[in-house]
Design a protein around this ligand. Sequence first.
Ligand code: ADP
Ligand code: MG
Ligand code: MG
Length: 883
Amino acid sequence: MGKWVYLFEEGNASMRDLLGGKGAGLAEMTNIGLPVPPGFTITTEVCNLYMEKGEKIIEELWPMVLENIKIVEEKTGKKFAAKSGLPLLFSVRSGAKFSMPGMMDTVLNIGLNDETVELFSKESSNPRLAYDSYRRLVQMFGDIVLDMGLQPFENELENMKAKKGIKYDVELSAEDLKELIKRYFDIYKRFNKEFPQDPFVQLKMAIEAVFKSWNAPRAITYRKINNIPNDLGTAVNVVTMVFGNMGNDSATGVAFTRDPKKGDKGVFGEYLVNAQGEDVVAGIRTPKPIIELKKEMPSVYDELLKFCKVLEEHYKDMQDIEFTIEKGKLYMLQVRTGKRTPGAAVKLAMDFLNEGLINEEEAILRVEPSQVDFLLHPRIDVSSKLQSIAKGLGASPGAATGKVVFDADLAAKMSDEDVILVRPETVPDDIHGLAAAKGVLTARGGMTSHAAVVARGMGKPAVVGAESIKIDLKERLFTVNGETVKEFDVITIDGTSGNIFKGVAPLIMPELSEDLKNLLSLSDKLAKIQVRANADTPEDAKRSYEFGAKGIGLCRTEHMFMAQDRLPAMQEMIVAETIEERKAALEKLLPMQREDFYGIFKEMKGYPVIIRLLDPPLHEFLPKREILKEEIAQHEKNGEKDLVEKKKRLLRRAEALKESNPMMGFRGCRLGLVYPEINEMQVRAILEAAAMVIKEGDKVFPEIMVPLVGHINEIRLVREKLEEVAKEVISEQGIQIPYLFGTMIELPRAALKADEIAKYARFFSFGTNDLTQMTFGFSRDDAESKFLPVYLERGILPVNPFQTLDRDGVGELMRIAVERGRKANKELEIGICGEHGGDPESIAFCYEIGLDYVSCSPFRVPVARLAAARATILAKRQYEADK
Ligand code: ADP
Ligand code: MG
Ligand code: MG
């Protein structure tokens, strides 16, 4: 193991693994010349070693800590545990590789005791500062290091304020604070704990507490939710204290270098005068927006803006910073990449690209597919007449509807349902509830409160600081303007406007912003795998085209037969007893199908449209047998002879078509092989529609897809028959009509025999829903409702294979099919039309195995476009890294 302790000037931004995010940030800022109070970082490796070997590691570490304290003493000219002069004080701050609100955060003012506090008071000529700092230390130490909780201290503070008849703790005098510290020590007594007077003992205990917090239950939960490995460990930062609580020329604040909500330019943040540490986010007093600093401390404001610019240009991304102003001098205490809303993520990516700070690939990697998904989520329809019952701060955009729940445990328990977590404010311990809720509403806190920050990170709607709602946690209800909302009542929150509605508010679908459109065009340019859509109607085709689909990967024709006006003709076709009867019924369906296809072709403006020939078992088009029986009885009662006959015929047919396992039954190409007239009609309709489009001077490119092929003879026979129809239509129409014949690959046998099948198919489309069912032998509905949850819980399967492609099994079959298919037919076009086509992970896999396109539902198209580009870029980078 290398060095255990790094001075800030010895580290840099690339050392996050070793120094944690906070430590790496402090080091980087120090090295680019920003004013960071001197300090040092104990590495994550030491934490891991401590986990393994325990206390003796602290003893081994100690001489190194002392050595570094000396260096800091020299730099600052102050002494830790001083007997004279201004005493040196430290903050002890945890900081893992990834920001983790689940851990012990920070103890400030370490080094104060009954003696040094006097010294501090005298030397600074600011007794209030000294005792305020001391009482904070005693409080934080008791709460964080000795686990006594915050509440007993908060209670005493409240009592003190009440006794003095004041509202804010800044109004407490030095004498009041002295008295408060006494009472704090009484709390220690009650808990049978002792406050260590020796500064070195304070420091040692705080460092050890940080190490231990890595394995605190809420930290473990946080890591689980966020997929953070358990073996990273946390670093410990020991930082010279600077004081925002020195008076009215001092302050503490947080800022983003741009607006994290919209992505707009300009520093965005809050600060509090005469305050320390987390006062600004804890909702103790209402913080002021950064812009006020321009008036209050103009030169500090200018400096802050300058530092923000330096940091953005250095990190090439929007940053989130913490700063403190001590008597007009600005110090930087933290920097990290700023969390942002999905909308801001897109805008920031495009702005940074346009400003020349990042390149196109970088811009695409800046936005997660899930963020694009979020932007396609519904918003509340403002034109609806629904009255909001209250308004807070819109802290994380989007709308969420759910049952009100007042505690995080209950929210977590109800994770199957849509719930809105409603709290006075949230704390890191609520993380599991926030993760489970659809949205969060708090009565207190600002745009940088815990709830706001966490919700934005999770991409969840949040309304915070809705001060007009009065939450009664005992009665489990809240009241607002005379209205009462009880637990489990349904509300809707709008994290964009901050409005709160009773009940379910009507939602509308959003439009793509200009920035998002640009980002997606960029994605199309860089992606080496295309995106098509699954669309069954002209309306869906239109939306797909608008969302940027480069074709239709799957148009299911069965939906067209389900429509009210078509079902009777369809049923006639099914009950037909002779070919003539069947043909007569199909004659009626032909013009309707032709019209459907025409509409879809027109909308897709010459992009390929894959139409799947009839796939589901025929009984799906007939009424349920029980219902038919009831109806027959009713008609008999009414003496309606004709109807009785008609229904009996349907029933006989339904009985005959009954299957014990329809998923593996009389469906797919099997239908077309037994009743070829159906396919013939469909192919005729497709090509006649195409001819109409061509004759209007437009482009069209139909691809005809045969479902559920498993054997070469199936596709061969179907295709031979259908080519005859195609020839016929082409000669009737007297024009050339482009078209392709192909098949779905949705049976393991088809994948294995892809070389044979490819002789008769010009394209393959992986139907991965069925392929997954058939490969696992899972019936999806049964799996998802009965045993898959157990499988996932126990880790028997890592993910739901119906959501994310099973690379190892189903994926292996796909790989085989691509390889064998392409070998037999160089021209083979291959895509995927299962639901996996919209899942970023699965899209990356499809790219890896060389598919030409993925196809997904219209609303997933933008997500898939970005995912396709990211897959291309990341694979390229991986390839380069491996070289
Ligand atoms: P978190 O990770 O929870 O933000 P931090 O370690 O950043 O915890 O610290 C909590 C608060 O204390 C922040 O507001 C930070 O700016 C402040 N703080 C930390 N160290 C110092 C210091 N040396 N001097 C003054 N304020 C500090
Ligand atoms: Mg904190
Ligand atoms: Mg911080």
